[in-house]
Design a protein. Structure first.
Length: 484
C-alpha cells in the first residue's frame, strides 16, 4: 500500500479572501473578469503541481459583500471560464460549481462531460444545493425550498448525471469508413429514468468522459450533506475549527462511505486554508496586522440601536449575509464570547479574569489571536479587544507565519488524520499565491509530503482514483452468458 499523499487545491477568489485584502497596497482588485489574470493564477498553481483550480459560484448577490468578500459580489461564470482555462493549461484539474436546485441533469451531464473532453480528463463538478435563498427570485421561483427537499432533488440529480455519463460505452464508436459503420447501437443506452423530480429519457449526446466520471466535490456539515458526500463525492470540503473536530469529521465521513460500500481511501477531505506567508514569522504577522487595519468596522451604536454597555446575551443580532453591517463591532463580539465588551475601548487589553469566563467560541478566538499574532491574554504583549474582533471577522482556517510555520500547520492536520490536504485560498493577490507556491510548497516537498511533479494527466490520477468502469460491461457479459 502506497503512503498517503497530501493534496492541495487552489480556490479562485478574484480579490482574495481577507475582507480588506483588495485594499492592501499592490493587491489585485480590478481584474476579476480578465481571462489573462485567471490564466496567470492557474499557471502559478499548475507550476506548483496543485491538484486542481477551483471556481466557486453563487446564483445571487448583494451589496453587503462589499464589507466581507468583494470577490463574490460579481463572479465570472465557471463553465465558460474553465473551458477557456483548459486550453491554456495542461495538467491542473478544473473544478466548476453547479447547483442541482437550479439545474437539469441532462444539461449538467452534457456540460461536465464536454469540459472533461476539452480538458483531456481534468474536469470536476462541485455540488452545492443552495447557499443563498435569494437565488429563487432569479429562477422564476417563489422560494428556495427547505434543505431536505433540496437534498432529495440532489440525490436523484447525481444518480441521473452518473447514468447519463455512462449511457455511451467507451467503445460505442466504430467510425469505420470502409464498412460505413459509425456507432454500435447496442452500446448506446437509454435511461428512461422516471423519478420523483426528473424524467430523463437519454442517452446523453456526448461521448463517455475521458475520466469515465468527472471528479465530484461537495462541501457541507449537515447530516444530509455528509451522506451525499460520503456516497457520491471524491473530495469533501470541511469547516472544522480544530484538529479534534477535523479528525471526528473525517472519521465520520469514512465510516459513512464504508456503509455505502465504498473504499474510504477513495475520498479526500480538504478543508479551506488561508495562509499569510512571508520570509519570516515576524513579517507575516506584520502583513496580517496591516490587512486588519484596513477592515471597516461598525460602531456599537448601530448594534440594534443600543448604547454601548447595554448588551444582553439573550438578545439576538439582526443578521445580514456574511457578517455585514451590525456584525463587525464589540456588540457582535460580545455575543460570541459571552461577555459584554461594549463599554471597552477597542485597544484595551482583555483581562485574564474576564477571558476565563468566555464561551468555547470565545476561547477559540483567544487561541486564534495567539497563533496569528503571538499576543496572549495577560502577557507582556497583551491581547486586545480589537485583536479578538479581528479574529471574529477574519474567521475560519487562517495561519500566519513563515514557510516552516505554515508547513508545520499543514503537516499536523495531515498526519493527525484531520485532513487529506487543504483547499488553499489567498488573503490577497497575486503576492500571497506566489508566496505559498515559492516558499511553502518547496518546504512541503522537502518533508516528503507533496509531489514534485504530476504523475499523470487526469485529475483522477492526481487524486489517486481509478477510472470507473462502464456499468454495462458486466451486464453485457452476463447477458452473453445467458444466451449461450
Amino acid at each position: 500500500m502506497s503512503a498517503r499523499q497530501l493534496h492541495l487545491g487552489y480556490m479562485y477568489w478574484a480579490n482574495g479572501t481577507h475582507p480588506a485584502g483588495w485594499r492592501y497596497p499592490g493587491a489585485e482588485h480590478v481584474r476579476a473578469f480578465d481571462p489573462d489574470y485567471i490564466v496567470e493564477l492557474a499557471r502559478i498553481a499548475e507550476a506548483a503541481a496543485f491538484d486542481f483550480f477551483f471556481f466557486g459560484d453563487r446564483l445571487a448577490t448583494g451589496v453587503e459583500y462589499e464589507l466581507t468578500n468583494t470577490s463574490v459580489i460579481a463572479r465570472i461564470e465557471p463553465f465558460t471560464t474553465a473551458s477557456y482555462l483548459a486550453t491554456k493549461t495542461s495538467r491542473i484539474g478544473l473544478v466548476v460549481t453547479a447547483n442541482p436546485t437550479y439545474s437539469e441533469p441532462f444539461n449538467l451531464a452534457r456540460l461536465t462531460a464536454s469540459l472533461d473532453h476539452i480538458s483531456h480528463g481534468r474536469a470536476s463538478w462541485n455540488i452545492v444545493t443552495g447557499a443563498d435563498g435569494r437565488a429563487a427570485g432569479n429562477y422564476s421561483r417563489d422560494e428556495h425550498g427547505d434543505a431536505n427537499a433540496r437534498y432529495d432533488r440532489a440525490d436523484e440529480f447525481v444518480a441521473v448525471v452518473r447514468a447519463l455519463w455512462d449511457s455511451w460505452e467507451d467503445d460505442a464508436f466504430i467510425r469505420d469508413k470502409e464498412s460505413g459503420a459509425f456507432v454500435d447501437g447496442s452500446k448506446v443506452h437509454r435511461l428512461d429514468h422516471d423519478g420523483a423530480a426528473f424524467q430523463v429519457r437519454g442517452p446523453l449526446n456526448v461521448a463517455r468522459p475521458p475520466q469515465g466520471h468527472p471528479v465530484i466535490l461537495h462541501a457541507g456539515t449537515s447530516d444530509r450533506s455528509r451522506d451525499l458526500g460520503a456516497r457520491d463525492a471524491d473530495v469533501l470540503f470541511a469547516a472544522a475549527a480544530t484538529i479534534e473536530q477535523g479528525v471526528a469529521y473525517r472519521d465520520d465521513i469514512r465510516r459513512r462511505a464504508l456503509g455505502f460500500g465504498r473504499d474510504p481511501d477513495d475520498l479526500a477531505v480538504l478543508p479551506g486554508l488561508t495562509p499569510i506567508v512571508a520570509e519570516t514569522t515576524e513579517r507575516a504577522r506584520e502583513i496580517y496586522e496591516e490587512l486588519n487595519a484596513l477592515i471597516i468596522l461598525d460602531d456599537d451604536i448601530r448594534f440594534g440601536g443600543r448604547e454601548p454597555g447595554h448588551w444582553a446575551p439573550s438578545e439576538t443580532i439582526g443578521r445580514r449575509e456574511d457578517q455585514g453591517p451590525g456584525l463587525r463591532n464589540l456588540g457582535a463580539l460580545s455575543q460570541r464570547v459571552g461577555y459584554d465588551a461594549t463599554g471597552h475601548d477597542l485597544d484595551d487589553p482583555v483581562p485574564a479574569s474576564v477571558a476565563t469566563g468566555f464561551t468555547p467560541v470565545g476561547r477559540q478566538l483567544v487561541g486564534a489571536v495567539e497563533r496569528r499574532t503571538g499576543r496572549t491574554v495577560g502577557g507582556d504583549h497583551a491581547t486586545t479587544w480589537r485583536d479578538l474582533l479581528h479574529a471574529h471577522i477574519v474567521a475560519g482556517h487562517l495561519v500566519v507565519g513563515s514557510a516552516s510555520d505554515v508547513a508545520d500547520y499543514i503537516e499536523e492536520w495531515f498526519t493527525s488524520g484531520a485532513s487529506d490536504g487543504f483547499n488553499i485560498q489567498s488573503a490577497f493577490l497575486v503576492e500571497q499565491l506566489h508566496a505559498f507556491a515559492d516558499l511553502v510548497v518547496p518546504e512541503l516537498r522537502r518533508r516528503g509530503l507533496f509531489r514534485t511533479e504530476y504523475a499523470g494527466t487526469t485529475l483522477r490520477e492526481h487524486l489517486g482514483l481509478a477510472r470507473p468502469e462502464s456499468p454495462w460491461t458486466e451486464t453485457d457479459i452476463a447477458a452473453t452468458a445467458a444466451r449461450a
